[in-house]
Design a protein around this ligand. Structure first.
Ligand code: HEC
Length: 419
């Protein structure tokens, strides 16, 4: 952890000199100093809770011959098999085991991500802890009575950098690779989120479903595939079966659903943003007793929350794993049946563009003073009082619908929302 420490002077400048476009200001936060104390703080998130259940004997995990604890873990954490996404670039921790013939599978829900690598002695887990942000664990793939999740801060070597907004967090990248999944660092983007143009996405990933005429870099590896993609932008773009690339029977699902990928890309950056806001405001409150210096970050956050800089779709998008239907079903819904989880998928990801992560513990447990500022800004935008160019993309109908949905489903709204 030592190399990650950042001096106090730098930390202070981080609070004062926040760039206009916060997405660019991603220097490492001093998260191992006193105020946040990341590595010494106890985790309380989904994995800590699951471990407690196992330890109390309330939950038994089943070990399967082929996938070890994977199925049981997904079930215990209520993560759908249909959320599976497959990445073949050698970009992560177990790179030597990962290739186009043996991609790594990643599954997720609102607060946990699980990585499965064929033949690996362990499962990789990243989780969203409402206080700490991204917390990382491994689970050994050997049969025992009481499996133990091991919190592993070494993962921060990659999972805490400018690419995760300078906090312990989640990574999504897109690079061209050769036949073996080795990346060409000159040809891609190391921070993918809902703002990333779709034609730049999914280098190093398999993609299933339908992207229509929309070109992207999924399912491509090796020079000749990229050369053909240059001439024929739709090449390998729309796949519903990955059998021709690798043995799909080695996986829980044969898919790497395009909608799951897009949701995860929105969400992973949102998680990092929430952690950054949480750290920034916790430190600011301790140092100054207020969060007024955080105006620009709050503004950037509200823009991200409301998808106002989302990359436009050139074609409608359709998944093929059933992920979208399951995801939308989770709600909550207002009395007209509307939910922030309802998809659009024609011109944008969601029908009512305000992130569903507003319902999670990571949002709810932000320091109260900061949450107040976010709610104030949100109300200004959604009520139409804010007419600035930054939110021009958000139609009056969308603003009203989102305000009504939140009014009916979000418990802790301040009283000015009720008027
Ligand atoms: C060498 C750099 C590196 C290290 C070390 C690393 N990761 Fe990652 N990890 C990545 C990259 C890059 C991604 C994005 C997906 C990809 O490219 O494979 C990722 C993605 C993930 C994901 C998917 C969701 C997310 O949080 O981004 C999980 C889960 C994960 N890693 C767990 C771990 C765990 C647990 C450890 C430590 C045991 C770890 N990683 C160590 C590079 C790394």
């Amino acid at each position: 952890m030592a190399p990650l420490l950042v001096g106090g002077a730098l930390a202070l400048s981080a609070l004062v000199a926040v760039a206009d476009d916060f997405q660019g200001a991603t220097h490492l936060m001093p998260f191992d100093e006193e105020t946040i104390n990341y590595s010494k703080q106890k985790d309380t998130g989904p994995i800590a809770q699951l471990q407690a259940k196992i330890d109390r004997g309330e939950l038994k995990m089943n070990y399967g011959e082929k996938f070890g604890y994977l199925s049981s873990l997904l079930e215990a954490l209520e993560v759908s098999t249909n959320s599976q996404m497959l990445v073949f670039s050698k970009t992560s921790f177990q790179r030597e085991r990962i290739a186009p013939r043996t991609p790594r599978a990643v599954f997720f829900n609102d607060d946990v991500y699980i990585g499965f690598v064929q033949g690996s002695p362990l499962l990789e887990i990243s989780s969203v802890d409402p206080k700490l942000g991204g917390v990382f664990y491994t689970l050994e793939q050997t049969k025992t009575d009481k499996p133990r999740f091991v919190r592993t801060d070494q993962c921060l070597e990659c999972h805490a950098s400018a690419k995760t907004m300078g906090v312990p967090g989640h990574l999504v990248r897109s690079f061209a690779t050769d036949e073996n999944g080795v990346v060409d660092m000159t040809t891609g983007t190391s921070l993918v989120n809902h703002r990333t143009p779709i034609e730049e996405r999914w280098g190093g990933w398999f993609v299933t479903g339908d992207a229509g005429k929309q070109p992207h870099r999924g399912n491509l590896f090796g020079k000749s595939a990229f050369a053909r993609h240059e001439k024929e932008p739709g090449f390998l773009g729309n796949q519903t079966d990955l059998k021709k690339f690798f043995d799909v029977s080695e996986y829980l699902s044969g898919n790497s659903d395009i909608v799951a990928l897009m949701v995860m890309e929105h969400q992973s950056h949102m998680h990092n943003f929430l952690t950054r806001l949480n750290y920034e405001s916790t430190i600011a409150l301790q140092q100054y007793g207020h969060t007024r210096y955080l105006k620009n970050i709050v503004e950037a956050f509200v823009r991200y929350l409301l998808f106002v800089e989302e990359a436009p779709f050139a074609s409608p998008i359709r998944g093929n794993s059933g992920f979208a239907a399951e995801f939308a079903k989770l709600g909550p819904r207002d009395e007209k049946g509307r939910s922030l989880r309802d998809f659009d998928l024609h011109t944008r990801l969601f029908k009512y563009p305000c992130s569903y992560l507003i319902y999670t513990d990571a949002f709810d447990q932000l320091p109260a003073k900061l949450k107040e500022r976010i709610y104030d800004r949100l109300l200004e935008v959604l009520s139409g009082e804010d007419t600035s160019a930054a939110y021009a993309k958000l139609s009056p109908e969308s603003r009203t619908a989102i305000r009504e949905i939140l009014g009916a489903t979000k418990k802790d709204l301040p009283s000015n929302w009720r008027d």
